[in-house]
Unconditional design. Sequence first.
Length: 561
Amino acid sequence: MSDDVTTKPSNFIRNIINTDLAEGKNEGRVHTRFPPEPNGYLHIGHAKSICLNFGLANDYDGLCNLRFDDTNPQKENEEFVNSIEEDVRWLGFDWQERLYFSSNYFQQLFDYAIQLVEQGNAYVCDLSAEETREYRGTLTEPGKNSPYRDRSIEENLDLFNRMRAGEFPDGSKLLRAKIDMASPNVNLRDPAIYRIRHGVVHHQTGTEWCIYPMYDYTHCLSDSIENITHSVCTLEFADHRPLYDWFLDTLKLNSHPQQIEFSRLNLQYAITSKRRLTRLVEENIVESWNDPRMSTISGMRRRGYPASAIREFCERIGVTKSDNSVEMEILDACIREELNETAPRAMVVLDPVKVVITNYPEGQTEELIAPRHPQKEEMGTRIVPFTRELYIDRADFKEEANNKFKRLVKDKEVRLRNAYVIRCDEVIKDDNGDITELRCSYDPATLGANPEGRKVKGVIHWVSAEHGVKADVRLYDRLFTVPHPDSDKSVDDFIELLNPNSLVTLTESVVEKSLATTEAGVVYQFEREGYFCADAELCRDGKLVFNRTVTLRDTWAKIAQ
């Protein structure tokens, strides 16, 4: 057992495992699994499950498998498989040689189904999909038996083998478990075990099979085959647990994992419905699955979220049995805390206005030295060229302002970050009255110094006009305008809740020279602006594109108000 177990906060799952170990259950083993369906990209909710399952295995010196529950080839493909593997690795977890697919067990699952038929616990049903729903009943009314429920074992074996042989068309027959159509738990009302699927190519088995097992049947048996001890899943599967246990008990399997449910992660201003995420991609509402506005792990990676910050977030929100809503600000805080320690500093001017230092020599370039991180000398320094013509951000200047405005004002002074104090002497405007240039003077005695009696209230950032590098800057914000877009009933379609300002692209921004050859994926703190990541998709052929990862402080609540 890892020493981390005693130092980490306890939760009900750890309490269950501790009790099992104390009682000698499972021969003292802890073996978990992360079992995604490869029908989409993973999202932040999956990150919680990944961290939980792999984390438990690590803390208890156990094992964790990565298993794809790939029972629906109509919605699954190799792209999703590869993306899931990449996401799990990026989060920092290793399944070693324990990579499995439920399709690895298709023959064994078929044999188990034959056993159920031979025991009289399963039958072939000819009801249509509509009739099956009608016979199933409702939450308040019991279902009724299928007219095919009492077929003989011999007839069911013959029909099921013929289903396997491909003799029947899609939708014409189902293999169903024979449990109890009057059960108050609708999951036990003779659930489907196998359905027919012709004309599809499975990403692992090709066209070998034309019948495919259902998820509830496959999942528990795959857990058993892999000798999982603790099958950790989200709360929506709590009502499925009796069915999970029924299959394992009815087949009298030696390995009977314990299913344990925890609350799923509901992150505010985001969606974690795979169906809705798929719609955003397929309808081109977002660029792709890894659009930085998406709640997908690949989207967060592209946006510049550190994997360690996501792990910390999952640890911080904890594990509970009751549904809850997690504020986006908690995730943002984890991102900021990590990047504040690790991100090198640089300067960017998002909306440039030219500044001419009239008393600075023409043609001269001064190489100023600035730290890459103000608290970490080991990160070294960078050269920041200072020239007669500079850019500052348009928002950092006003012709007139009160004392609360601590930036550049006409006829007043401000300090340039890591450089000199300047004074604005003249404002140049075009025919429309828009400011095109600020003419300023500098005090050469103020580099790295603060002369006695000199009071300069503000510090602003800047970039040399001659040496600065043009860049596109993408300002990302919440994708939705309401905290709970997955459940909001104020509109008929969740698409109506999209934030029209979730992406604003600035095409005239200028970054300092040190970023000219930056590598894609590197995150910087742009001083006074926030944390920005060099876009892994768009930074190519000399083009620079930066995504805003997170602001320097939480401004969303104030904006919303």
